[in-house]
Design a protein around this ligand. Structure first.
Ligand code: SAH
Length: 203
């Protein structure tokens, strides 16, 4: 109801959020807050986005059951699980091994079979599976990674937060038309953890 009031009108998106148990993706100490509209900490100093932002970015991605989607920043796996209800297949990349492994276990436990996830640097995209008609980045980039632009298909949509690590960040909607001509639209101000290059080093 709250998401609807905040302008999430796509009933498929609302239904996808209803069908994914957010508490499963949240570390135990914070689980009681799973259904509040706020971002919460996950491991490795990362965060699971606010439900409104997940719904908003998903809606702007214009989901299509016949298409695949690329997600950069698997994190808890929550956004990927929501996407799995709306796309044919989800390709998701995470740079922390532990987050990647935990998310894979969760997908299995929740019997979600259409997510392919890998440990890697999402800054480089996923060349073997490109091009994508839909790309979503869930960490803030200083600049839009060129590889992701290259891997965006004609008639494609990329949703990506852009801006400095602890400054003003904006969600951009980058589109290509049927000739591959690009256009860019600024959506809403946000606060995301940074998109970093290379794999994360874990102790
Ligand atoms: N979509 C996630 C949000 C997690 S926060 C969720 O629903 O929980 C963003 C994630 O992006 C973090 O886990 C961070 O480690 C990851 N990340 C940052 N830079 C990355 C990169 N270059 N490649 C892959 N993942 C990256």
């Amino acid at each position: 109801m709250e998401l609807r009031r905040l302008g999430i009108t796509d009933t498929e998106v609302l239904s996808a959020l209803e069908r994914v148990p957010r508490e499963a993706f949240i570390p135990r100490p914070f689980r009681e807050h799973a259904y509040e509209n706020s971002a919460l900490p996950i491991n490795n100093g990362q965060t699971i986005s606010q439900p409104y932002i997940v719904a908003y970015m998903t809606q702007m991605l214009e989901p299509n059951q016949r298409h695949k989607v690329l997600e950069v920043g698997t994190g808890s796996g929550y956004q990927a699980a929501v996407l799995s209800k709306l796309f044919r297949r989800v390709y998701s990349i995470e740079r922390y091994r532990s987050l990647h492994l935990e998310a894979m276990q969760l997908f299995e436990k929740l019997k979600i079979t259409n997510i392919t996830s890998k440990l890697g640097d999402g800054y480089k995209g996923w060349e073997e599976q490109a091009p994508f008609k839909h790309i979503i980045v869930t960490a803030a980039a200083e600049d839009v990674p060129g590889a992701l632009v290259d891997q965006l298909d004609d008639n494609g949509i990329m949703i990506i937060p852009v801006g400095p690590e602890s400054g003003d960040q904006t969600i951009l909607k980058i589109t290509k038309d049927h000739h591959g001509m690009m256009a860019e639209e600024e959506l809403i101000p946000v606060r995301f953890v940074p998109l970093l290059q290379g794999l994360a080093v874990e102790s």
